[in-house]
Design a binder for this molecule. Structure first.
Ligand code: CTP
Length: 429
């Protein structure tokens, strides 16, 4: 997002589903407007049983759209355009029925058609009866939506309109506004289309949501900085120095931290992974660019440096492709050491309160990790045993090395390592 785009007023498309919590959409509209954004409402047929288009039009100061079959709307705007001109699509309240239709790709009214047609990030604020929320069908649907890149807020817990108690209440409108702001705050609000195109098993959050959906957002208000992936160090316009890092572990950690409510900045080296929901991603290529992006992202409450930063770069980058010599002598390749981003953060005046490094080791894992902990000045080192197929793979055995001791997590899927690590971070910050 360019700085000019950042200052433009943001447009929210608000889809209001049919539940008793629909009345709270009115308050949300008021807050969105007060925050200087514009809002256009789409009301489902059942939503209109709870709030009237007149109320929403008066509050939003915009026309309210209710039907797919409005000739006037089609000639003036068109439902595809309606779904795409927004900076963020917010579904509030997102009923069990609406969520299920989103998962299945059903488009049988204006709201669901827009949700299927949009290329914009979607934020859903669910509200439903506690048994509906706990039902295995809803659990599956929420997991699938999150894997599809939809941000699904966790509902609040408490007394419900139906007289029962438990999770299922719509989060309070100020909390939803905060979540909207988090998404718009430079976050990539275009839907991570690649998520739907990635091969099964390649999503960093594959299998499970990054964080148990019913848990409270314990990292709310915290800023977590994550680096991930390799760096590429160019030699000439077509060649570069690289390593086998896939970025999966770092992306899963960024996703898990966002699920836990943190504002997350992910500085990513060159990888082709979808951006986890709710994460602000900054793409970089080289170690020097990564260092700059990390410093620009400060202050942070915690930094987790998962990136496999190239230790060296070519000391000069040839402007033209280096040609083979006739005498068969290889072209000289002189290397310069890259700055250590993690060590730099440790001595930075804005050092994050919790600084975590990763270490890829093939032998004497704990011994090397402990040496790195001291050398780099960080609080924890998460040491990967990369003697097998860890780099680029989907599982990891990790040693958590701190000044207090060492914990070992035997061979776990990377999203599970991410979840456990975020749970440990929650205890610490
Ligand atoms: N790291 C960094 N900047 C560098 C090199 C490494 O920030 N220039 C960070 C990594 O992101 C990781 C940690 O330092 O969190 C350890 O990385 P690793 O490559 O294992 O350590 P090195 O210092 O490169 O040590 P070695 O390769 O000799 O084992």
């Amino acid at each position: 997002m360019s700085p000019a785009d950042k200052n433009k007023p943001k447009h929210i498309l608000l889809i209001i589903g049919g539940g008793i919590a629909a009345y709270k959409a009115s308050e949300l509209i008021r807050l969105i407007k007060k925050a200087g954004m514009t809002v256009r409402c789409v009301l489902t047929e059942s939503g209109a049983q709870f709030v009237t288009p007149m109320t929403l039009a008066a509050l939003s100061e915009n026309e309210v759209h209710t039907t797919l079959w409005s000739l006037k709307d089609e000639t003036e705007m068109g439902h595809i355009q309606l779904s795409r001109e927004a900076d963020l699509v917010v579904v509030c309240p997102a009923t069990a029925n609406l969520l299920a239709k989103m998962v299945a790709g059903i488009a049988d009214d204006l709201a669901t058609t827009l949700l299927l047609a949009t290329d914009t990030q979607v934020l859903a604020a669910p509200a439903m009866n506690v048994r509906m929320w706990d039902h295995p069908a809803t659990r599956r649907n929420i997991d699938q939506l999150r894997r599809d890149g939809v941000s699904v807020m966790s509902p609040d817990q408490g007394d419900m309109a139906c007289g029962e108690y438990g999770p299922g209440r719509l989060p309070e409108p100020p909390e939803i506004l905060e979540e909207i702001r988090n998404h718009l705050d430079g976050a990539n609000t275009k839907k991570p289309i690649s998520a739907s195109m990635s091969k099964p098993g390649t999503s960093p959050l594959d299998g499970q949501p990054a964080f148990a959906p019913d848990q409270h957002r314990p990292l709310h208000g915290k800023h977590i900085l994550v680096t991930a992936g390799p760096t590429h160090e160019p030699i000439d316009p077509v060649r570069y120095i690289a390593n086998r890092s896939s970025g999966r572990q770092g992306f899963a950690i960024a996703g898990a931290a966002a699920e836990a409510g943190a504002k997350v900045t992910l500085v990513a080296g060159p990888v082709s992974l979808p951006t986890p929901a709710g994460v602000m991603r900054i793409d970089v290529e080289t170690a020097l660019e990564m260092g700059t992006a990390v410093h620009d992202a400060l202050p942070a409450d915690a930094a987790i440096m998962v990136a496999a930063v190239a230790d060296w770069r070519a000391d000069t980058r040839a402007d033209q492709k280096i040609k083979k010599q006739d005498d068969g002598v290889p072209a000289p390749l002189n290397l310069t050491e890259n700055p250590d981003i993690l060590a730099g953060l440790a001595s930075h005046e804005q050092r994050p309160g919790l600084l975590i490094g990763f270490a890829a080791e093939t032998q004497k894992i704990e011994e090397h990790a402990r040496a790195k902990l001291a050398k780099k000045g960080c609080d924890w080192i998460i040491a990967n045993d990369v003697s097998g197929d860890v780099m680029g793979g989907t599982e990891n055995t990790v040693h958590i090395v701190t000044t207090d001791g060492t914990e070992i997590w035997e061979r776990l899927p990377k999203p599970e390592v991410a979840r456990r690590l975020v749970a440990k971070i929650i205890e610490e910050i």
